[in-house]
Design a protein around this ligand. Structure first.
Ligand code: FAD
Length: 571
């Protein structure tokens, strides 16, 4: 029997957002096919055997932003997703051995920070409280159709929180951390989150939003907490795929779409690179927006001004992942041993330093490499040993603020020498590793484009620095509500609101928009809310005396139950 080539919906790309979208549409009864160019589903949320005998989260490596509503709606636990959250969540280390930990338990975190910098425990608590307030105000924005910029600003005005808006949306991540934190080193650690896929530095306006956006993640109902899926990030997309298939969706890999077919101004299907045609009443693209609008569509189908705007989508700002298979854990400076300890559990930032980020930005702008980078490091196998044999560990590094285009040559030419230089930087923090790297695999900004379909290597499909490409202007005004100027052609990837990260939100929101359009509710904004507003404890913590008392409570081990309640998100 021949393959059915007529569906209600064809989704281009099986990244996690394409799969989330497919799930909601299939559950609503639409016959849905997902067409993925690669041999495996997942896009940037994938596990692969990059080094023989070991499994790696190739790109994204931490599950913190995936919306709990989506995990529940799509029954991801039932379809195999198991995630483990380590007790040590963060670890900051400098090359003289100075360090501190971010634990799951607030009292231990505050004690560790106080040891690093007296007074900053209390400052950190104040900062965390502000971050929680930001998360509470903006959380409903994530799983709803985008607001306009002025509606978004009004959200804060209505809560009397204009200052919070300035801090976490418009200012730079440097200004944000300078306002709360005394220790230069601690600021260096914290600013890493503002540098993720950023074309800029800690002093670039809008990088505070990159920070704020990431801090909205949660796990086990605790804001800012993260976990590792057993088997790597691909476990998320495998569960999404299994859930979609069990509700009738068809998923095809090695099925690269060449063009979206348009007839009379409306999408009517796709043609694959193989020449096969698939008819569909609706086409949804999970590919990045520049690709979706300027490559998958013939130019003649878009008005000139939209074509120009699509070609100008800002996709600058990239990073590299370096995967190192090691046969000894890092013996970090100041710890003196490679025996497994808390320093191997968390997300580590090595050498966090604002000046280094500034220099990296200078190099990024010029298309060259900086002499030194701040490095992130995560050893997945410590929390989840299933990813390699018991003689090895999987150490993944991340370097941000990289240029995609080099002034001289290409990434393919410079890749190995550059990784050698990053390893030299790593050895300053973990000297023993010089003799314990068994094999390595590197994913450069160019590889992100060539192998993972991320144009320009931007890990969010489109830059998230600055309001000009956020909310209903993401990725551009003409496609700010998941619809495009071509009827029945939608976008559902992280290039759409609310943006990047493994959130599932763009896929969810696009599906809600499509289902509303099919119902005829073309002008009804799709909104998903949960309880909000200030809690009593939020109000108390807004006062100076409240913060003092709060700090005493939070640093007390005996009062953990209270601090746990304080850090829970509202659901
Ligand atoms: C190196 C790196 C590190 C990251 N770290 C984290 C992290 O730790 N935590 C986190 O939450 N987020 C992280 N992110 C961000 C996050 O992974 C992405 O924002 C998210 O996975 C994007 O998902 P998506 O479904 O929107 O798009 P994508 O994952 O980009 O999926 C798009 C899919 O479309 C396919 N496609 C493209 N063109 C075609 C075509 N013509 N035909 C068929 N298929 C096509 C692609 O192959 C791809 O599978 C990271 C990303 C990268 C790259």
């Amino acid at each position: 029997m021949g393959r059915t080539n007529k569906y209600d919906v064809a989704i281009v790309g099986a990244g996690h957002n394409g799969l989330v979208c497919a799930n909601y549409l299939a559950r609503a009864g639409l016959s849905t096919v997902v067409l993925e160019a690669r041999h495996v589903v997942g896009g940037a949320c994938v596990s692969e055997e990059l080094i023989p005998g070991s499994t790696w989260s190739s790109c994204s490596f931490v599950q913190g932003m995936l919306r709990p509503e989506i995990i529940d709606d799509l029954e991801l636990a039932k379809y195999g997703l198991v995630s483990k959250s380590p007790d040590v969540q963060g670890f900051a280390l400098w090359d003289d051995g100075d360090h501190y930990f971010i634990h799951k338990d607030l009292d231990r975190t505050l004690a560790s920070i106080e040891k690093h910098s007296k007074g900053d425990g209390e400052n950190f608590l104040r900062f965390a409280q502000r971050m929680k307030r930001f998360g509470d105000i903006t959380r409903d924005v994530l799983l709803s159709e985008p607001l306009s910029r002025s509606e978004f600003i009004k959200l804060f005005e209505d809560e009397g929180e204009q200052e919070l808006l300035q801090e976490f949306v418009f200012s730079s991540s440097l200004e944000l951390t300078q306002k709360y934190i005394k220790s230069e080193r601690m600021r260096g650690h914290m600013n890493f989150l503002g540098m993720v896929s950023t074309w800029g530095s800690p002093s670039t306006p809008g990088t505070s939003y990159v920070y704020g956006y990431h801090s909205q993640g949660e796990f086990e109902k605790v804001l800012g907490r993260w976990a590792l899926p057993v088997g790597g990030m691909g476990a998320i997309t495998r569960a999404l795929a299994a859930s979609a298939v069990s509700h009738g969706a068809v998923i095809r890999t090695e099925a690269a779409v060449d063009k979206v077919l348009v007839w009379g101004g409306a999408a009517v299907g796709v043609v694959l690179k193989s020449g096969e045609e698939i008819e569909a009443d609706l086409v949804v693209s999970n590919a990045d927006p520049k690709r979706s609008l300027t490559k998958l569509l013939d130019r003649k189908h878009l008005p000139d001004r939209v074509l120009k705007a699509a070609a100008a989508i800002d996709q600058r700002g990239s990073m590299a992942r370096i995967h190192l298979l090691i046969d000894q854990l890092p013996g970090y400076v100041g710890f003196g041993s490679s025996k497994q300890g808390p320093e191997h559990e968390g997300h580590a930032i090595l050498g966090g330093n604002v000046e280094l980020y500034e220099k990296a930005w200078e190099a990024q702008r010029r298309g060259i490499f900086a002499d030194e980078y701040v490095i992130e490091a995560l050893i997945h196998s410590v929390t989840d040993p299933s990813v390699c044999n018991n003689r090895h560990h999987t150490l993944a590094l991340g370097v941000q603020q990289l240029p995609y285009e080099l002034a001289d040559g290409t990434w393919d030419v410079h890749k190995e020498a550059w990784v050698d230089s990053v390893c030299e930087m790593l050895f300053r923090y973990a000297p023993n590793l010089r003799n314990h790297i068994v094999a390595r695999n590197v994913i450069t900004p160019l590889d992100l484009e060539k192998n993972y379909g991320l144009t320009g290597g931007n890990i969010f499909q489109a830059s998230m620095v600055g309001m000009q490409q956020l909310l209903d202007a993401r990725p551009l005004w003409a496609a700010g509500h998941y619809r495009t100027p071509v009827a029945n052609y939608y976008l559902c990837g992280s290039g759409s609101h609310p943006g990047g990260g493994v959130t599932g939100a763009p896929g969810h929101n696009a599906a809600m928009r499509i289902l509303a359009d099919l119902r005829g509710d073309m002008n009804v904004r799709q909104v998903r809310t949960r309880a909000g507003g200030k809690t009593l404890i939020d109000s108390i913590m807004d006062t100076g005396i409240g913060q003092k008392v709060g700090f005493q409570v939070a640093k007390s081990r005996g009062l953990r139950a209270i601090t746990k309640r304080f850090s829970k998100t509202k659901r």
